[in-house]
Design a protein around this ligand. Structure first.
Ligand SMILES: *Cc1c(COP(=O)(O)O)cnc(C)c1O
Length: 357
């Protein structure tokens, strides 16, 4: 990549207090921007003051939704060094998403270099209070003025960053989950395995319905038979049944979470049997009735681990582990966040310093 041009703000914004942070409400001083056209590929990488974009209303992205994004976090370890978690996995997944959406891919090294430089420039923004982090949102949009339906010939890649508060200010908390039997999130052959805006727009209706009925999130079933379990909200889902851990296999409609992959590797390292396979909702109901549904949790960058305390399927309310956090769920949360924040040793080589030296 050509040198990243850096234009710094004249005056830094006031950073909110660590204890007053929400999620994705305030943004750091700078942003990374890079353009793409067919002749030059990705060009003009630059870090500039965080600012609004001015765009013609005929830009294709507003109409046909060619958009992709990633979600990552940076933490500071006790020495004050900024750490990323498996950033090359995000780079690779970004390319998978782009490929599915007919958008240009990017050399993973450039992606990681851009993220590191952006975090470096704004590293004073990384909050340090327990549970807080700097959320990083790399994303791409089509950037062509044209209303014909085709893949655009121009794109913009940007990285914005937001200091975020603790997802669980009072420690891990079990969630109430509604098993959605009407709406679906994705189908095989569709875009479910891409991080693209439309997937989230189409999920809102079910989430809204669940919220109105007092639930925190939706458990998605497969789009064809409404029989197999897929994901929980925008997280992957795991169940501990009869001592074994199971999670839905990636069959094209499920997003391949990096937290999911990390949890599977940790569990195997600890000697657990982990099965990636199809799981029917009926299997969960039967396990529950036999007293074998021991723990359930979601995994994703934002929450890391989200314990599930209740699953509601049709007229059946299944309480899991007496609506308490399971031992394994807690252990996974403690170990994963411990590694991410540099408090625990990282035997997997997952954390990466933003500044190598
Ligand atoms: C981002 C995302 C996940 C979790 O992926 P992580 O890499 O663990 O953050 C799971 N499901 C969906 C639908 C997602 O968008």
């Amino acid at each position: 990549m050509k040198e990243i041009r850096i234009e710094k703000v004249d005056e830094r914004k006031e950073r909110p207090n660590d204890s007053e942070l929400g999620f994705g409400q305030t943004f750091t001083d700078h942003m990374f921007v890079m353009d793409y056209d067919e002749k030059d590929g990705w060009y003009d990488p630059r870090i500039i003051p965080y600012q609004s974009l001015e765009m013609e209303p005929a830009k294709a992205t507003f109409h046909y939704g060619q958009t992709t994004f990633e979600g990552m976090k940076a933490y500071k370890n006790e020495k004050g060094e900024a750490l990323l978690f498996r950033p090359e996995k995000n780079a690779k997944r970004f390319n998978n998403s782009n490929s599915r959406m007919c958008m240009p891919e990017m050399d993973p090294e450039i992606f990681v270099k851009a993220v590191k430089k952006a975090v470096e420039v704004d590293q004073d923004w990384i909050p340090t209070k327990e549970g807080t982090s700097l959320y990083i949102r790399p994303f791409a949009i089509s950037d062509e003025v044209y209303l014909g339906l085709k893949a655009a010939s121009k794109y913009k890649f940007m990285i914005i960053m937001s200091p975020v508060g603790a997802y669980y200010p009072q420690g891990l908390e079990p969630t109430r989950i509604y098993v959605e039997t009407e709406y679906v999130r994705a189908v095989r052959g569709g875009t479910g395995s891409a991080k693209t805006g439309g997937n989230y727009a189409s999920s809102l209706k079910a989430k809204h319905k669940a919220a109105q009925n007092g639930y925190d999130e939706v458990l998605w079933l497969d789009g064809v038979e409404r029989k197999y379990v897929e994901e929980v909200g925008a997280m992957n889902v795991f169940f501990k049944m009869d001592g074994k851990v199971v999670t839905p296999s990636l069959e094209g409609s499920i997003l391949a979470g990096i937290t999911r992959d990390s949890v599977i590797k940790m569990l195997k390292n600890w000697g657990y049997e982990v099965e990636e396979r199809k799981i029917t909702i009926k299997e969960l109901v039967n396990a529950y009735k036999e007293g074998k549904l021991e723990e359930a949790f979601g995994t994703g960058t934002a929450a890391v681990i989200a314990p599930i305390g209740e699953l509601s399927y049709n007229d059946l309310d299944m309480e899991i582990n007496n609506f308490e956090i399971g031992d394994l769920t807690q252990k996974l949360y403690d170990n994963l966040t411990g590694i991410q924040t540099g408090k625990l040793e990282d035997p997997y080589g997952w954390t990466e310093k933003v500044l190598d030296k």
